[in-house]
Design a binder for this molecule. Structure first.
Ligand SMILES: [Zn+2]
Length: 303
């Protein structure tokens, strides 16, 4: 049994994960949004609650937004919770008295799918988050690739490929300070902006998808554009990493058109004559972050 914690912007979810990948217990609490200390205390209390009744401490993995700086061991690139510049990893270990593992939430998503989900039979898995932001994680042989700077898989802040630039009307400024990041078209806010450009109306991604299903021409055009944009952007990842399978996660991964259109649209942009890459919906819903966090401790490390 392992403990997985998913530290999200609104909820913190803690689970006990069995060796078969099933969830034996699940607890959800609200994420304090005021101070770092409150977040730290809530996370540690949740872990202590899950440890109750165990003869020795279970291994603990934590997934959270942002990345861990390899130089300062503090959190960076986190915009959802007050964690930036804080030594969360060290502080949790100090509070609990044993080692824990901490990883970016998109990497945890990729780990959940690579270990127990759509990618479990594949050697290399690129897990993609299409939600509030556009993240990603790359897993090879069940191990998450962190990278020299701790940002492996963060394709969302690469520039939109030139081939996809004709698919947007005007330049889009990203919160990171750059212009035309992939996230500015593929995130929830991105698709919203595209729909606004086409129709003059500002509605969220869920409504756009529902209107497309209902046959509304602007919404259908918007989804077609989104599929093309995603195809162009993913093709550039395939040309570098060439994963066996791409698993889509996050709120926008519920759009069924993605699985019908994106792969075919990717092919002309991939540098290969024979393309066997797969694109799959996720196997787990909200629980993927916590499952992936628990998987940061592979079976063989548990005694
Ligand atoms: Zn950006």
């Amino acid at each position: 049994m392992r403990i997985g914690i998913d530290l999200g912007g609104t909820k913190i979810e803690g689970i006990l994960l069995s060796p078969l990948g099933t969830i034996e217990k699940k607890i959800r609490v609200n994420t304090p949004t005021d101070t770092y200390k409150a977040v730290l205390i809530t996370v540690c209390e949740l872990i202590r609650t899950l440890q109750k009744g165990q003869t020795k401490p279970l291994k603990v993995g934590i997934g959270m937004p942002g990345a861990i700086s390899k130089f300062t061991n503090t959190i960076k690139n986190c915009n959802a919770i007050p964690l930036n510049n804080q030594p969360l990893h060290t502080d949790v270990e100090k509070q609990l008295g044993y080692p824990v593992r901490l990883e970016n939430d998109a990497n945890c998503f990729a780990m959940s799918e690579a270990n127990y989900g759509a990618g479990k039979k594949h050697n290399s898995v690129f897990g993609v988050i299409l939600g509030t932001g556009t993240g990603g994680g790359f897993v090879i042989e069940k191990n998450v690739i962190q990278g020299a700077n701790g940002i492996a898989g963060e394709w969302g802040h690469n520039p939109i490929p030139d081939s996809a630039k004709e698919l947007i009307k005007e330049a889009r400024v990203c919160y990171c300070g750059r212009t035309n990041c992939i996230e500015t078209i593929l995130s929830g806010r991105g698709i919203r902006q595209t729909y606004l450009e086409i129709s003059g109306e500002d509605i969220d991604a869920k409504k756009i998808a529902a209107r497309a299903t209902g046959g509304e021409p602007f919404a259908k055009q918007c989804l077609n554009l989104y599929c093309s944009q995603l195809a162009h952007c993913l093709a550039s990842v395939v040309n570098i990493l060439d994963p066996d399978i791409i698993v889509l996660g996050g709120g926008l991964s519920n759009i069924k058109e993605l699985y019908e259109k994106v792969l075919a649209e990717m092919c002309p942009h991939i540098f290969s004559d024979n393309i066997v890459t797969r694109i799959s919906p996720p196997s787990f819903g909200d629980a993927s972050g916590a499952i992936g966090a628990a998987c940061l401790w592979p079976e063989e490390t548990i005694n």
